[in-house]
Design a binder for this molecule. Structure first.
Ligand SMILES: *Cc1c(COP(=O)(O)O)cnc(C)c1O
Length: 464
């Protein structure tokens, strides 16, 4: 008999989590104004709000922290990280930053001017924010298949070469400071970009003389999907694939809180010395001296180790198979989920789950609250609250998809937890016909309202 799959690690340290009663949770979520961001973490049993910075570090990472060198300039920890980036990714120049958006802030300060255009594949929200804040425009060139959940495509993060060439042809070269390739494409559900597409994008960009920057938070998961889905890569190691991917990049921004398995940190990697020098000035103003830039020595040590562990096949297989385990369990229960499964999260299709809730009452948010009440599980709404209002008309923007994202932290929960999540969602699904009321907004911020929005049930519940 073939042995079943199991985790590629054992557990040395544990953190207790507390179960709660439905009555407690109903009171807590009401007090939190039905916004899961307002809950205290001890009111949550299984926390799937994000997989960013919420993973478990290894014994090797913790021991590397003890060897951290906290010297202001030229710390050994800086050189450890520099070596790891050179060896694993291949860039000669790097700048540490406190997280991914800080890397964007520093690099874009050196590159992006008012009136510029920055093509890419569904720019991440902070990336887009840093482009638009500089009065430049982010142009989405993702393939159309990415936006249709019924189409099965192995690389829904791919860039459409025709859309990209159109941007190159209709804008002067000086107005295109870079092209951003997001690996994996977070905003379209953690969907990967194929090596073939990376190569073709590179060839086109070089033909037009445009710089390529990889937004790299989930670069290792992208490499895993290349290995397991793309012809010709099955026998290559993750590290070989990562190395090859970055031969097609001129630079990168990195949120180390994802695939590098640390709780905080980021960096910029570059090939060009001139750009490195220019960005260094901004790093000093915004982040810190070039050899620590917003990170302590111990954190740079843990990150160097995390880059190595995060690009090992066994670790990635454990992670991605756990996400798929949850996805398959939900499918078995008939719960509508987005496919193919991404690397870091399962997305529940809330419109198909709760057909009785009108879109004006925040369908995915309603489902997120129901799941919390059911079992203390915290997911996050990717729907109308997140899509925010039209800046001109101030009307709600209703996206095509109302999704509940269940992001799985790395090395943190077991498959027993996945069973609890799947069963809790099944229970909600079984009583979906009884869920008839969504929520209305009491108060909201003018921008990025989902973090602080205050809600109330759309119709007063009988019990109240
Ligand atoms: C998380 C993320 C960022 C921003 O990184 P932070 O560390 O959260 O600031 C940028 N791009 C992508 C693709 C990400 O996933």
């Amino acid at each position: 008999m073939e042995l079943p799959f199991s985790e590629s690690y054992k557990i040395k340290m544990v953190e207790p989590i507390r179960k709660s009663s439905r009555e407690e949770r109903e009171a807590w979520i009401k007090e939190a104004k039905y916004n899961l961001f307002n809950l205290r973490s001890d009111q949550v049993f299984i926390d799937l709000l994000t997989d960013s910075g919420t993973g478990a570090m290894s014994d090797r990472q913790w021991s590397a922290m003890m060897l951290g060198d906290e010297s202001y300039a030229g710390a050994s920890s800086y050189y450890n990280l520099k070596n790891a980036i050179k060896n694993i990714i291949g860039f000669d120049y790097f700048l540490p930053t406190h997280q991914g958006r800080a890397a964007e802030n520093v690099l874009f300060s050196a590159l992006v001017k008012e009136g510029d255009v920055v093509p890419g594949n569904t720019h991440f929200d902070t990336t887009k924010g840093h482009i638009e804040f500089r009065k430049a425009t982010a142009i989405d060139c993702t393939i159309d298949e990415a936006f249709d959940t019924t189409i099965d495509h192995p690389f829904k993060g791919n860039i459409d070469l025709n859309k990209l060439e159109h941007v190159f042809q209709t804008n002067p070269k000086e107005k295109i400071p870079m092209l951003i390739v997001t690996v994996t494409c977070n905003s379209s559900g953690g969907q990967p970009v194929s090596m073939q597409n990376i190569k073709e994008v590179h060839a086109l960009a070089k033909q037009y003389g445009i710089r390529i920057i990889f937004d790299s938070a989930r670069f290792a998961e992208n490499a895993y999907f290349i290995k397991t889905r793309e012809e010709g890569y099955a026998d290559k190691s993750i590290k070989e694939i990562v190395k090859e991917m970055y031969t097609y990049a001129d630079g990168m921004t990195m949120s180390s809180k994802k695939d590098a398995i640390v709780n905080m940190g980021g960096f910029i990697g570059l090939r060009e010395e001139d750009l490195f020098k220019k960005a260094s000035q901004f790093n000093i103003i915004y982040e810190g001296f070039v050899t620590y830039g917003g990170m302590s020595g111990r954190d740079m040590n843990a990150l160097a180790q995390g880059l190595d562990e995060g690009t090992e096949f066994d670790y990635l297989e454990t992670r991605i198979k756990q996400v798929a385990y949850l996805g398959n369990k939900l499918k078995e229960f008939g719960v509508p989920v987005q496919e193919p499964f991404g690397g870091h999260a399962i997305f529940v299709d809330a419109k198909r789950f709760l057909p009785n809730i009108p879109k004006e009452e925040y369908i995915a948010q309603t489902l997120a609250v129901e799941l919390y009440k059911e079992a203390g599980i915290r997911g996050v709404e990717i729907g109308t609250l997140l899509a925010d209002r039209d800046p001109v008309t101030r009307e709600n923007r209703y996206p095509n998809l109302e999704l509940l994202r269940l992001a799985i932290p790395r090395r943190t929960y077991t498959n027993n937890h996945m069973d609890v999540i799947a069963t809790a969602l099944k229970n909600v699904y079984d009583r979906r016909d009884e869920i008839k009321n969504g929520y209305t907004i009491l108060d909201e911020a003018p921008l990025m309202r989902h973090f602080t929005v205050e809600l109330t049930p759309a119709v007063k519940e009988m019990a109240e």
